[in-house]
Design a protein around this ligand. Structure first.
Ligand SMILES: Nc1nc2c(ncn2[C@@H]2O[C@H](COP(=O)(O)OP(=O)(O)O)[C@@H](O)[C@H]2O)c(=O)[nH]1
Ligand SMILES: [Mg+2]
Length: 313
């Protein structure tokens, strides 16, 4: 299934719950006060956020005047263009991490408990091993034994070596070991799974900072990617998390997980606009193939398309 088909399928759920979907707003009626109020309501209830919703509406109003739009239908493509322009303005938006065989790429996954870090590590490893890349896992979530086991299951599935120590051991030491192993094995990717630190627990965040500093110091020329895994279901609450994690280590992007599970779709716009952070990947399920690089244009088409078009290929 292509990203588009997959996304459309999962967006059917989002759309139904998201006040009948954005598409309904643009079909029929007139461009009157009621139209703008309905649009505002749908955007805000869809986790776009108040400030951004009002900004988008202002922009669309200007566009409507400038182009002399008479019906909501005419506004539809203007709105799609506005969303696309804003999303595309963020550097690295939708760009997959592209390790290559000539070097080692380090990828650290961070995020709160249950956000989907380990699953994302597993999905990425599955994709990359299929491309013939050599992947090593660092089990730097040393908090719970179950976390190490969970990573090992993914490791077995893809034939990926897991560098782990005992539960409770120093996470930065695991990361250090794993980097050495990755280097001596001439691996192409080191995927570092970390513990789900509550962003309010400062000492735990410090530990995460230590992992970053160790890898940053020892990496040599190896490119380093730091991805924040955000649970789409968290909505606007996720934005505060992102800022806290970004202070611990400069983030190179967001993996928006569980997009198939959210009742609201607008958080994606809020991440781009409020955080100015690129959404690199979107998680659309629990399976190994359910992680896709984020595609701006396919996303907007799928989001704005009416229910009537859902079956179209
Ligand atoms: N539906 C859905 N479930 C997901 C997705 N990503 C992760 N999960 C599930 O979310 C739960 C927590 O994921 P896990 O990777 O253990 O989170 P971690 O604590 O951040 O490592 C697991 O049950 C995963 O299967 C996704 O994109 N969609
Ligand atoms: Mg985990």
């Amino acid at each position: 299934m292509s990203f588009f088909e997959k996304l459309k399928k999962s967006l059917q759920g989002v759309r139904k719950k998201w006040s009948g979907g954005l598409s309904g707003i643009f079909s029929g009626g007139a461009i009157d006060e009621g139209f703008w109020e309905r649009l505002e309501e749908v955007l805000i209830s869809g986790d776009v956020g108040v400030t951004l919703s009002l900004r988008l509406i202002d922009e669309l109003k200007k566009e409507a005047r400038a182009r002399g739009a008479k019906t909501p239908e005419e506004l539809f493509s203007f709105f799609a263009d506005i969303l696309a322009a804003r999303l595309s303005a963020v550097p690295l938006m939708g760009q997959a991490v592209t390790p290559d065989k000539s070097t080692l790429t380090i990828v650290i996954l961070v995020g709160v408990n249950g956000s989907g870090k380990t699953t994302t590590a597993g999905k990425l490893a599955s994709q990359w091993t299929k491309e013939g890349l050599r992947v090593v896992f660092a089990a730097a979530d040393t908090f719970r034994a179950a976390a190490i086991d969970q990573l090992k299951v993914w490791g077995e599935r893809s034939g990926v070596r897991v560098i782990a120590q005992q539960q409770g051991s120093d996470a930065a030491a695991v990361a250090f070991d794993a980097l050495s192993a990755a280097k001596s094995n001439r691996a192409n990717v080191l995927l570092v799974d970390t513990a789900g630190r509550l962003h309010s627990k400062h000492n735990l965040m410090e530990e995460l900072g230590k992992i970053y500093r160790v890898l940053e110091k020892e990496r040599g020329d190896a490119p380093l990617e730091t991805l924040l895994v955000l649970d789409a279901v968290m909505g606007q609450n996720g934005l505060a998390q992102a800022q806290t994690f970004d202070k611990i280590m400069p983030l190179s992007g967001v993996v928006l997980s569980k997009y198939d599970n959210t009742a609201k779709g607008g958080i994606l716009l809020a991440i781009a606009e409020e955080l100015k952070m690129p959404v690199r990947y979107v998680g659309l399920g629990e399976g190994e193939d359910d992680l896709r690089p984020f595609d701006v244009h396919e996303f907007i088409t799928a989001l704005l398309e009416g229910e009537k078009d859902v079956g179209r290929a």
